[in-house]
Design a protein around this ligand. Structure first.
Ligand code: SF4
Length: 385
């Protein structure tokens, strides 16, 4: 079993590798093999933290799990999700698998060509397009960039050894993989369209591919699980259910005091205020925190008005996060944020709390006086008439 299949277990080749392997999933489950523990971690972190990366470190290299455990944990995770039997859990699991996969793809694409040729555990954009039958539907933009929708000032060619900065994608695949709910800029009327193709930036193409991964992961879930294997996994499923109910915050602080925000969130806000685009992990962490402290989607949009974050994107993500159909996403833990390079653990304050929301709760509780940004905003707003 190779590392590439383990990194991208939803690829057709990975499915074939699992089918061809001389291992039986029921036997692995009965033996409580490392793949089962990794599968539990995969689902737990997907539901609670929006990632399926292992807490033990990134795969391959730093992770405590070998390629076999990593690859086989995927079909076992799908069994666990099926046994949880909850639509919101399936959505969150698929979104987390897709988000983590695209973080890995972005990192692979940054690996320069020379290194890529000696490491078979990285994908190129062409591999990904072929995997989703998009090879004929997407072509690099050969013309010099002209700006406009999906544009920017970058040139079409990304430079020696790099993928181009812009592409043309067929209207059909574009409409299937994107959603106007992602923001006005995704609406077809606001884009450069020519000869049945839509112009997209490289980053937008990757966002569309993330949707393709999510679609593939969710496909076929939930499925009926054979009784013996369901019985073996019963306690794991019960643990996941209990953990989910324990991790809901019954009483979020419901006060917006930016001066008391933890440094990780302040850093992200300042980064966005400098007009720097946040990665999906960064914007997820920030949105989950702001929703976690009781802000409504409208308030988050107003709060982030002068940042690189797009209002429609914020609204889509925050409405999803406040979705009451299932367990809410708590913000990722400090440990996860450290793994993503978001946390710098200033003054070792990770000792004080396990996640940014808990840290903020403690700071609010300890403060003598707290001014709510919402009250200050209402006071600043000009009165009507
Ligand atoms: S220790 Fe936690 S709260 Fe503090 S900066 Fe890091 S992630 Fe944020």
């Amino acid at each position: 079993m190779d590392a590439l299949d383990a990194k991208y277990p939803f690829f057709a080749s990975a499915r074939e590798a699992v089918a061809a392997a001389a291992v039986s999933l029921p036997e692995l489950v009965a033996a409580d093999a490392p793949a089962v523990d990794r599968a539990r971690e995969r689902v737990e972190r997907a539901l609670l933290e929006g990632t399926v990366a292992s807490e033990s470190g990134s795969f391959p290299g730093e992770s405590a799990y070998d390629a076999q455990a990593e690859l086989l944990s995927y079909p076992i995770a799908r069994i666990l999700v099926s046994l949880l039997d909850s639509d919101p859990a399936i959505e969150k699991y698929a979104a987390a698998e897709a988000g983590t996969a695209l973080e890995r793809v972005r990192s692979d694409l940054e690996t320069d060509d020379e290194l890529r040729s000696v490491s078979s555990a990285t994908v190129a954009l062409d591999d990904l397009l072929a995997e989703f039958d998009l090879a004929d539907a997407v072509r690099p933009d050969a013309a010099p960039a002209v700006g406009g929708a999906g544009g920017g000032s970058a040139t079409a060619a990304g430079g020696p050894g790099r993928d181009p900065d812009h592409y043309w994608i067929g209207v059909g695949p574009y409409l299937r993989l994107t959603s106007s709910e992602w923001g006005d800029s995704w609406r077809l009327v606001n884009r450069a369209v020519a000869a049945g193709e839509v112009r997209v930036s490289r980053d937008e193409l990757l966002t569309a591919l993330e949707a393709a991964v999510e679609e593939r992961v969710a496909e076929g879930l939930p499925f009926a699980v054979d009784e013996p294997i369901a019985g073996e996994l019963e306690s794991r499923v019960a643990d996941l259910r209990r953990l989910l109910s324990e991790r809901t915050y019954a009483e979020p602080p419901d006060v917006v005091a930016p001066a008391l925000f933890p440094p990780c969130m302040t850093n992200l806000i300042e980064k966005a205020e400098r007009d720097v685009t946040l990665s999906s992990a960064e914007s997820f962490a920030l949105m989950a925190f702001l929703v976690g402290i009781g802000m409504t989607p409208d308030e988050v949009v107003a709060f982030c008005a002068d940042t690189s974050l797009d209002a429609e994107g914020i609204r889509y993500q925050t409405e999803y996060l406040t979705d009451e159909r299932g367990t809410q996403y708590p913000p990722p833990t400090c440990e996860t944020l450290a793994n993503y390079g978001i946390c710098h653990n200033e003054d070792d304050h990770m000792q004080v709390a396990a996640d940014p929301l808990s840290y903020y709760e403690k700071r609010v509780a300890a403060a003598d006086e707290v001014t709510d940004w919402r009250t200050a905003r209402e006071t600043d707003e000009p009165s009507e008439g």
